[in-house]
Design a protein. Structure first.
Length: 749
């Protein structure tokens, strides 16, 4: 590749190798939203410089000035090429195509490699034009769902047809170009001519079917019908009940500081109302990830927004703690709470690490070896609305390029532990040693747990009990690559070795402090390159399934999101195609939730890439119902334990088709990039009655047992109270009538 070539991968990986920036003096303002709004505006202004690879408009202006000034032919060609890439990143595909075609037609440059580079980018630009013309401007529930069929096939085939021409040229130039081969097959899918129209020697067979013999019923994307299909860049998603009416609401964010938080309140009648402005959340921008908490134990879920991930030097963005005021509004209390810091991050975990009944916070920051390390942060809740940074005292002051953290009690000693996923290769299993001399302390048990040899780069992660043996296992997703993701997708589909690149890893808890890698035997050692991710039970069989949002900033990373169904705790099957969940766009925050209250979990995913031109609509995949299995819902409220009951352990025992079974859960919001409701939806198979629900409360360790709970019940359980409350919610219809997102008038504050 020539010096003039724009290397997406290099930018993605090397932005971390830029010196750190400095945030100016901070005001002494107290508790108010204006303080955080000002900080975000100042940060956005500092990021708008040529050195920032993500400041595309500013970079293009520099290239325009070089072109206007004239000069050496090579400098001019480089500037024109880089401008074309900027146009593509801004979503101006037609302008990018015109400029690249003009350069390709320049007969004074007779260089086959130069032509190859231009053809490659022309192919990408033409594919992107096809997506914008069809998938974005004429968006439907089937747009970009792999394998493409029905309304997912492009009506306007102009962009794809031109892309096919360029891709076929590239493959004549280099028949072993696997990236082009994958994209060619996708392009033929968009025209409705896969597999029959693909030249026989370039066909990748079998892309339109599942490998498993046990498919699931297809989900339907109803984001448009509900008005929840907002288009934005990469970001986070939370589904939970923020006003305590029982109906889950949706909050999303975007990593771009020009895009604001979005809050859709569930009206309980099949519609949602946009209350972003009246709630105060619209005032805040940015946030690659977000999660809910209840840091002050007032019974209303607060929001924690994480910013700066992947941006390195330009990732010194403040996180935000947004207090739920209980009246439909939120207030930023970050500075007041003692949580204001400026490190690039996108991952954190809330748990009661010292078992005092109040939620503490661990934040995994990104240190890229650039001479400006960003330590991970650990905050102890002072039980008065403030936190103390106790990273050093707790043994959690370390530096790594952290991309995922999760907490859970993996050894069942009553204390939540921490698992850390990094791009440095090494993972960290941090064992909670309990409170010593007034401070909770952690010990690195990675090697002792048998995980020290696991050195591949990884991204999202979580603890969950996939086989219902009562012990938490670990899932973590690989993010190791040295070529485009399209190349790896082709390699796997053609049964070529991909080694450890982008694979999913499952570590089974051996119940003795150690873990065993069972990825291969569980059938999930498949490539995914997961970013967003979460788990749930889509068929109410009591076994946890999971969904992965995939991708990276490269436009050629047209690879499907992945869905894996749990096969009775014995392994998993990739049922992406039959479930119709294989969105080819970039997948980020994922949440499982029974949003329509029909008894089965649906899936919401925040889509969109890193560049403005890669913004995409979110998807709400409605579960059609997979069988006649039943369920119960449990909403827990701590008294001595934290009010949100995070860390509480649940054992549900029942008889399913004559078989005595138990299902285990530990209350949390799920994966490290996406937030499920804290309400626990538990499938019980064919059981009509749950024999017992055993809850172990985290702060006290006491057990609370409920008996003879009927299937389909929604229980509100308060710690220590034997009398439980039952909630009845409306079953919502998102399909039988015209529904949508209602716009509310701004509220004066």
């Amino acid at each position: 590749m020539t010096k003039s070539s724009f290397c997406y991968t290099a930018i993605f990986l090397l932005i971390i190798a830029v010196p750190a920036c400095t945030i100016g003096p901070l005001s002494a303002e107290g508790e108010n939203n204006a303080d955080m709004v000002r900080l975000l505006a100042e940060t956005a202004d500092k990021e708008n410089v040529f050195a920032n690879s993500w400041a595309v408009n500013t970079r293009m202006a520099r290239f325009d000035s070089v072109i206007s000034a004239g000069g050496r032919k090579l400098d001019m060609a480089t500037a024109r090429y880089n401008k074309a890439i900027c146009l593509l990143q801004l979503g101006r595909e037609e302008d990018a195509i015109a400029l690249l075609e003009n350069m390709l037609g320049d007969e004074s440059i007779n260089d086959p490699m130069y032509a190859r580079i231009l053809r490659r980018d022309l192919a990408i630009a033409c594919l992107r034009l096809g997506e914008r013309t069809n998938c974005i401007r004429q968006h439907s529930g089937e747009s970009c769902v792999f394998p493409l069929r029905g309304a997912g096939v492009h009506l306007n085939k102009t962009g794809s047809a031109k892309a096919i021409e360029h891709l076929e040229w590239l493959l004549r130039f280099n028949p072993n170009d696997l990236e082009s081969r994958w994209l060619l097959n996708i392009a033929f899918m968009t025209t409705g001519n896969y597999p029959g129209g693909v030249p026989a020697d370039l066909l990748i067979a079998g892309l339109d079917r599942d490998s498993s013999a046990s498919p699931v019923k297809p989900f339907t994307d109803l984001a448009i019908a509900t008005g929840l299909n907002g288009k934005s860049q990469a970001g986070g998603a939370i589904i939970d009940d923020f006003n305590n009416d029982g109906y889950p609401d949706i909050v999303t964010s975007s990593w771009d500081l020009d895009e604001h938080l979005f809050f859709a309140r569930n009206n309980g009648d099949g519609t949602f109302t946009d209350v972003s402005d009246s709630s105060g959340l619209q005032a805040f921008s940015g946030g690659l990830h977000m999660m809910q908490t209840d840091y002050n134990n007032d019974g209303f879920k607060d929001i924690f927004v994480l910013r700066g991930g992947w941006k390195g030097y330009f990732g010194k963005e403040p996180n935000s703690l947004l207090r739920n005021n209980g009246d439909g509004t939120f207030t930023d209390v970050t500075r007041q709470a003692g949580l204001l810091s400026f490190y690039p991050t996108q991952t954190a975990t809330w748990n009661d690490f010292n078992n005092d009944g109040w939620l503490d916070l661990f934040i995994g920051n990104e240190s890229g070896g650039d001479g400006d390390p960003h330590p991970c942060e650990f905050y102890i809740n002072n039980r008065n609305g403030t936190f103390t940074n106790a990273s050093v005292e707790a043994g959690l002051h370390f530096f790594a390029f952290v991309k995922g953290v999760t907490s859970g009690d993996y050894d069942n000693d009553g204390r939540p532990d921490i698992f850390v996923s990094t791009l440095d290769g090494k993972k960290m299993l941090l064992h909670n040693e309990g409170v010593q001399n007034g401070m909770v302390r952690f010990k690195d048990n990675t090697d002792a747990a048998g995980l020290g040899h696991f050195l591949t780069r990884t991204f999202p992660t979580w603890f969950f009990d996939y086989d219902n043996d009562g012990w938490l296992d670990i899932l973590v997703c690989g993010y190791e690559f040295n070529r485009s993701l399209a190349s790896y997708a082709a390699m796997e589909s053609m049964h070529l070795p991909v080694e450890q690149s982008g694979k999913v890893f499952l570590f089974h808890n051996l119940q003795n402090g150690r873990f065993e890698d069972v990825s291969a035997t569980a059938g999930i050692d498949r490539i995914a390159f997961a970013m967003g991710s979460n788990f749930g039970d889509i068929d109410n069989d009591g076994w946890l399934d999971f969904y992965l949002g995939t991708g990276n900033p490269q436009y050629q990373s047209l690879v499907p999101n992945k869905f894996f169904r749990n096969l009775g705790g014995k392994g998993f099957a990739d049922l992406t195609s039959s479930a119709r969940l294989g969105n080819l766009q970039k997948g980020h925050g994922v949440a499982f939730c029974d949003l329509d209250n029909d008894g089965d979990q649906d899936i919401y995913i925040k889509m969109g890439g890193a560049y403005k031109g890669d913004a995409y609509q979110a998807s709400l995949y409605l579960n059609p119902g997979q069988n006649t299995n039943r369920w119960i819902d449990l909403q827990l409220a701590g008294v001595r334990s934290n009010k949100a009951a995070i860390g509480a352990k649940i054992r549900v025992s029942f008889t399913d088709s004559g078989l005595r079974r138990s299902v285990y859960r530990e209350v949390n919001s799920g994966g490290s990039f996406g937030a499920n409701p804290l309400l626990q939806h538990i499938g019980i198979g064919q059981a009509t009655m749950v024999d017992s629900v055993e809850i172990t409360w985290p702060a006290s360790g006491t057990k609370q047992v409920l008996t003879q709970v009927p299937a389909g019940d929604y229980l509100l359980v308060t710690e220590g109270e034997q009398a439980v409350k039952h909630r009845r919610l409306n079953k919502l219809d998102f399909t039988g009538r015209r529904v949508g997102l209602l716009r509310c008038a701004p509220t004066k504050r």
